[in-house]
Ligand binder design. Structure first.
Ligand code: DON
Length: 331
């Protein structure tokens, strides 16, 4: 069934899409065996490695969900996109980009190498830990809760409810994150931090521990696909210039040192996290033929079994399959 083809020109029904996605999720669920759940944050290691779920929310109002869609998980590095957006909204794009660049590193998300090389005199991009921690230090507010309040307000505007922190995951990362503390000290030494280092790290650990579902990621992705406008109300939630910059960074740096391959084989902006979540954004396409979700959609994936880069092993394969079948690539 996975190799089956559909003539999208005839009639696309929601039931068809649902049955195809159900088959694909069933097929790729087997691939979860080839990866491993993150263990360096002990609390994340409690996830069920066999889980795989997807939610697709279209600008046309159609929603397709399949697999393990009701499991809450923490956003981890996906928060880096949202905090980058908040920093740009609070400080202005040029202020932020003067302090964090927009270049892919080709290195692991927690690499320190580029900080030591000091080639750019600032972190390479806001989605590697060094860049994300620098961005967290730029957020307005004296305490971590004050710094993160605008993020919660933004999420609530998009989701219609205020997500909560998973305190166990927060404490687990806070109490074990030697590497991120090392990055914090490095940033402090280089004078890149704009707030107290401990408050900045507390902010970073908390933003990573916000708990959501695949439906939430798809709903947020749909706002991104719609250039920052809530498709239901028509209200602009994120300025277009900022959301487009965020999408460009997702495409070039969102999947860490697998970003090039993801752009080549999937071809849509996406951001992953070590809990196994991926947010992906399929913008509206201009094509003569009829294709599923031609008006754009947001996609949320959860699959905690990870590949060696820290991305959901089955989630990436599932996204690649869907993007190929439905011709989602932006290129
Ligand atoms: O910095 C960390 O270790 C995590 N809290 C976030 C890392 C992450 O999600 C990287 N993802 N692929």
């Amino acid at each position: 069934m996975v190799q089956g083809t559909v003539n999208w020109n005839t009639e696309i029904t929601q039931e068809w899409l649902q049955s195809y996605v159900d088959d694909w999720v069933k097929f790729y669920k087997k691939q979860t065996r080839d990866g491993e759940v993150a263990s360096y944050i002990p609390e994340l290691n409690k996830a069920n490695p066999n889980h795989l779920g997807i939610s697709i929310v279209g600008n046309n109002g159609v929603t397709i969900k399949s697999g393990d869609v009701d499991i809450p998980f923490t956003i981890q590095s996906i928060s880096k996109v949202f905090c980058f957006i908040i920093a740009c909204m609070e400080r202005g794009v040029s202020y932020v980009l003067d302090r964090v660049d927009v270049e892919p590193t080709g290195e692991a998300f927690n690499s320190i190498m580029h900080l030591e090389m000091r080639k750019l005199k600032k972190p390479f991009n806001p989605f590697v830990n060094a860049g994300a921690i620098t961005v967290s230090s730029m957020l307005n507010g004296k305490t971590s809760d004050e710094k993160l309040e605008p993020l919660f307000i933004l999420l609530e505007k998009m989701l219609g409810y205020r997500p909560a922190l998973n305190i166990n995951v927060y404490e687990s990362e806070r109490d074990t994150s030697i590497r991120n503390r090392a990055i914090g000290y490095y940033l402090l030494e280089l004078d890149y931090l704009e707030s107290d280092m401990n408050i900045t790290l507390e902010t970073y650990f908390k933003q990573c521990s916000i708990e959501i579902t695949v439906d939430d990621l798809a709903t947020i992705g749909r706002v991104f696909a719609n250039d920052g406008i809530d498709p239901n109300s028509g209200v602009e939630i994120i300025p277009r210039k900022i959301v487009r910059l965020a999408k460009a960074l997702m495409l070039t740096c969102g999947m860490y040192d697998a970003s090039g391959k993801f752009a080549a084989y999937v071809g849509i902006p996406a951001k992953s996290g070590v809990s196994g979540g991926i947010i992906a954004v399929a913008p509206p396409r201009v094509r003569d033929e009829e294709l599923p979700f031609i008006d754009g959609c947001g996609i949320g994936v959860y699959g905690p079994s990870l590949d060696d880069k820290g991305n959901s092993i089955a989630g990436i394969k599932l996204l690649r399959h869907i993007a190929t079948k439905w011709d989602l690539s932006v290129f």
